[in-house]
Design a protein around this ligand. Structure first.
Ligand code: NAP
Length: 493
């Protein structure tokens, strides 16, 4: 069976008939054969979405939301099988696979709630017998381009707010996780979404993604992925005067102050640096540690890292699953070599892991560098693997300065028992998300999510903030005076 595109309410193979494989990174088992699309399929999908838009935007938002509520219920009923598929197709351990699916459910239900909110404003008009208000309008056809690291959750972050607001969508998932995308769209179909409202085009970013961005029928591109690819999306989108929302890379840090609860900090570091094998945009790939606790902390970390169990994420006992593919393995190992060349001290890890059954997959040892300087490449560039770099500092001010000084600005965390230090950090850290006495990961769907600098372009996903991406404000003035009234001019009326 070939996993197919979904266009205009029908499951169809790509026009070229080409295919590609989705592979389990733990053992290279083939998860599915997938239709491989190109620009011709994008044309068909955008046409279908454009045709569906006029009717969908007029469906009352609470009715649109009912479909999302149903989708949430279906997801919940299938949570375990979806979670296992997350683990098989993407590699994260099953507990995190369940978290990925739960996040998708949470976002779906949360955005369904927006069907009865989507609040605008009413405000007094400056002239008599005049009524003023603003409402949210949908934008049109949305291209949703998503990465593989949260193959179930991240698509819902885009598709659900887009749909509840009255847009139609063409969804282009990552080529590493297409089968989950098919499952998500099947759920939306089962929930009763009309034909053309959500379309799926499977295939490579360079062709399908590119064609979507260039297509004149697409009004908004919502992209999550690497900063390099995102920059290209921004440039192309700007030339075509499209709205472009970008969620990109991170180089997140955990600050550990001299007064921190070190046991708590170690728990947060292990979870944030090595959860999802470090393949989270919010992963802690830097540790900014007060010099006076550095030795004690590194000893504790090395002991904990050495005890982490690598393996197939379907086994409940596994702590760290594989990384996504061979290319990513090479990239991660390349950074180990760069770190050593730069003069950082490799404390543990730093090699591919090929013991037992792991030999069949893409496993990399959890890796810790000490003696890292803030300007080193391993402290500046996103590695997107189970590698973290410890930088020693002497004060809170220095820690915050080091924290803020990268091209990325997604997530930060500080461990301290001193409320004054915590509040100074919350005020002065310039990332989009800050945690106190918790690691850098763990966002909840009802708060804005996104980053500053090279992580984003000023938008925020999730929470109410997401609606600002997927809607256009429209201001409405109703003059019931029966005469010409001139704002800013009729000052005496
Ligand atoms: P990626 O290579 O940039 O790909 C992301 C998506 O863009 C995929 O669907 C990809 O398709 C597509 N794409 C690639 N090149 C494209 C192009 N030229 N035009 C249009 N689309 C294109 O990123 P990834 O490796 O999947 O994901 C990892 C990155 O995502 C990391 O940098 C991570 O920090 C970031 N991320 C950010 C957030 C956030 O919210 N800030 C969340 C999660 C992940 P193919 O798969 O077919 O190449």
């Amino acid at each position: 069976m070939v996993y197919r595109n979904y266009i205009g309410g029908k499951w169809v193979e790509s026009k070229s008939g080409n295919t590609f494989e989705s592979v389990n990174p733990a053992n290279r088992e083939i998860i599915g054969i997938v239709t491989k699309s190109d620009a011709a399929d994008v044309d068909a999908a955008v046409e279908a979405a454009a045709r569906a838009f006029p009717a969908w935007r007029k469906v009352p938002a609470p009715r649109r939301a009912e479909i999302l509520f149903r989708a949430g219920q279906i997801m919940l009923a299938h949570k375990e099988e979806l979670s296992q598929l997350v683990t098989r197709e993407m590699g994260k351990v099953i507990k995190e696979g369940r978290g990925d699916v739960q996040e998708g459910i949470d976002m779906t239900i949360y955005m369904a709630g927006e069907g009865r909110r989507l609040f605008g404003h009413t405000t007094p008009a400056e002239l008599p017998d005049k009524f003023a208000m603003s409402v949210r309008d949908p934008i049109g056809v949305v291209a949703a381009i998503t990465p593989w690291n949260f193959p179930f959750a991240i698509p819902t972050w885009k598709i659900m707010p887009a749909l509840v607001a009255g847009n139609t969508v063409v969804f282009k998932p990552a080529s590493d996780t297409p089968v989950l995308a098919v499952k998500l769209v099947e759920i939306m179909e089962e929930a009763g979404l009309p034909a053309g409202v959500l379309n799926l085009v499977l295939g490579p970013g360079g062709t399908v993604g590119d064609a979507l961005i260039a297509h004149p029928g697409v009004s908004l591109v919502s992209f999550t992925g690497s900063t390099d690819a995102g920059r290209g999306v921004a440039v192309k989108g700007a030339q075509l005067m499209k709205r472009v929302s970008l969620e990109m890379g991170g180089k997140n840090a955990i600050i550990v102050m001299d007064d921190a609860d070190l046991d708590l900090a170690v728990d947060g570091i292990i979870w944030s640096a090595f959860g999802t094998s470090g393949q989270r945009c919010t992963a802690a790939s830097r540790l900014i540690v007060h010099q006076s606790v550095r030795q004690e902390l590194t000893d504790m970390l090395v002991a904990r890292i050495g005890a982490l169990r690598l393996g197939d994420g379907l086994q409940e006992s596994t702590d760290v699953g594989p990384v996504i593919n061979a290319l990513q393995m090479q990239k991660i190992h390349g950074y180990t070599e760069i770190g050593i060349e730069e003069g950082a001290r490799l404390l543990i890890g730093g090699e591919a892991y090929r013991e037992g059954d792991c030999a069949k997959g893409f496993f990399y040892e959890p890796t810790l560098f000490d003696g890292v300087r803030p300007e080193m490449r391993i402290a500046q560039e996103e590695i997107f693997g189970p590698t973290t770099a410890l930088i020693a500092v002497e004060s809170l001010d220095e820690a915050i300065e080091v924290n803020n000084n990268t091209r990325y600005g997604l997530s930060s965390s500080i461990y301290t028992r001193d409320a004054n230090k915590a509040f100074r950090a919350m005020r002065d850290i310039s990332t989009g998300i800050v945690y106190v006495n918790a690691g850098t990961i763990g966002a909840e769907v009802h708060l804005p999510f996104g980053g500053t600098r090279g992580t984003g372009n000023g938008h925020r996903e999730a929470g109410q903030a997401a609606l600002d991406i997927f809607t256009e404000w429209k201001s409405l003035y109703v003059d019931f005076s029966g005469r010409l009234q001139k704002a800013q001019i009729d000052l005496d009326s």
